[in-house]
Design a protein around this ligand. Structure first.
Ligand SMILES: NC(=O)c1ccc[n+]([C@@H]2O[C@H](COP(=O)([O-])OP(=O)(O)OC[C@H]3O[C@@H](n4cnc5c(N)ncnc54)[C@H](OP(=O)(O)O)[C@@H]3O)[C@@H](O)[C@H]2O)c1
Length: 349
């Protein structure tokens, strides 16, 4: 990349169903110059997250859709390369909402300084960042697992699910992970320490899940929806809690589908089992719980009780392909793009 040029990925078209590479466009621009009170950021690591699929659609949600032609949204780890803000100096490493690009200006309102001595900076995008806090907040505020209870979570090898299961174990509960394929299941059980893992791609998935949860399910942390939810629902115990974090199995659906209307049967289960089902967006819990999250999960990482996995992709131009792959389960761990290939490899995690 030339030193005077920046690159960015914009939304070129709104996807119909699954996104395609042609829904994105890589553009070259000039590196911007910081104005009064601004800093110039060079993006090192870009986080790719499932919520970005929702921003590509023009429909009502908790966040505004990304306009056509605008830079794809996203959080990153960036380095301050020029500063007109006395609070930031060249070389500071920050978390920032830069979007999918190599350079960005910031007025500091979206910045958080990162200290590489505390934890590898990329953890700020995963286990010690937004996905980790989603696991922490949803489990602590809604799931509330008690010792001996069974907690089930899908997308269990990813940044949200992996922390849900590990926090459940630390609360004395039994953790069952659901993941796609034997390799991910082995990681969830053997390396993350879940009590069991079930492959949702197996033909007898629903029967296997039932056999793995002989005492039913007390907390189901909902990350995916779809067929996994249909297998979980009959296993929920009386007074079970369901924090609804995400529905990734449905994000690429172009319409309501033509299956049977399951809502009446679902409502009946909610009533007869006194279920608590609550959707949430992580930042709703931030004011009350974020500092405890950083303290507790940070300590767990430092002493090895909490583990995490990162999946790196090299080059901003690879972001669209990697993002499409994540929606199909091709990532294995927190998906991160190494944006600046000139970053010294000795400093790369
Ligand atoms: N509410 C909030 O504030 C909030 C914040 C962050 C994330 N989330 C949600 O949390 C969920 C997990 O996010 P993450 O960042 O940890 O993602 P992730 O696990 O890194 O990646 C998504 C994973 O979802 C699984 N998946 C995709 N399609 C599936 C399907 N049809 N059935 C079952 N599993 C499927 C795949 O894993 P397998 O190969 O194992 O199937 C894939 O690797 C997402 O739904 C996301 O939207 C919510």
């Amino acid at each position: 990349m030339s030193a005077t040029k920046a690159r960015q990925v914009v939304l070129a078209a709104r996807p119909q169903g699954s996104p395609r590479l042609t829904d994105f466009r890589l553009e070259e621009t000039l590196i911007p110059t910081p104005g009064a009170g601004q800093v110039l950021l060079r993006v090192e690591y870009l986080s790719l997250d499932p919520y970005m699929r929702g921003r590509m659609d023009d429909r009502e949600s908790y966040a505004t859709p990304t306009p056509l032609g605008a830079v794809m949204p996203g959080e990153s780890v960036a380095i301050v390369t020029a500063s007109n803000d006395p609070g930031y100096s060249e070389g500071d490493i920050v978390l920032a909402h830069t979007g999918w690009r190599t350079h960005a200006l910031s007025d500091r309102s979206d910045l958080r300084k990162l200290d590489p001595a505390v934890a590898p900076v990329t953890t700020g995008l995963g286990v010690l960042g937004m996905p980790g806090f989603t696991a922490y907040g949803g489990l602590r505020v809604i799931g509330k697992p008690k010792p001996g209870e069974t907690v089930v979570v899908a997308a269990a090898s990813g940044p949200v699910g992996s922390l849900v299961g590990q926090l459940a174990k630390l609360s004395g509960a039994r953790a069952v992970g659901i993941a796609g394929g034997p390799e991910k299941c082995a990681y969830v059980k053997d390396e993350l320490g879940f009590d069991a893992a079930v492959d949702h791609k197996a033909a007898d998935f629903a029967a296997k899940l039932a056999a793995t949860c002989p005492d039913g399910i007390d907390v189901y942390f909902e990350n995916v929806g779809g067929a996994v939810w249909q297998a979980v629902l009959p296993l929920l115990n009386k007074f079970a809690r369901v924090p609804v974090s995400g529905l990734i199995a449905q994000y690429n659906a172009a319409g309501p589908g033509d299956g049977p209307d399951r809502l009446p049967a679902t409502m009946r289960q909610i009533l007869t089992k006194s279920l608590t089902i609550r959707g949430f967006i992580n930042y709703e819990f931030a004011a009350e719980h974020y500092s405890a999250f950083l303290r507790e999960v940070g300590a767990g990482i430092a002493d090895g009780r909490i583990r995490y996995r990162e999946d790196f992709v090299d080059g901003l131009e690879k972001a669209p392909e990697a993002f499409i792959g994540m929606l199909e389960g091709r990532n294995f761990g927190k998906l991160i793009v190494r944006v600046d290939e000139s970053y010294p490899s000795s400093k790369k995690p």
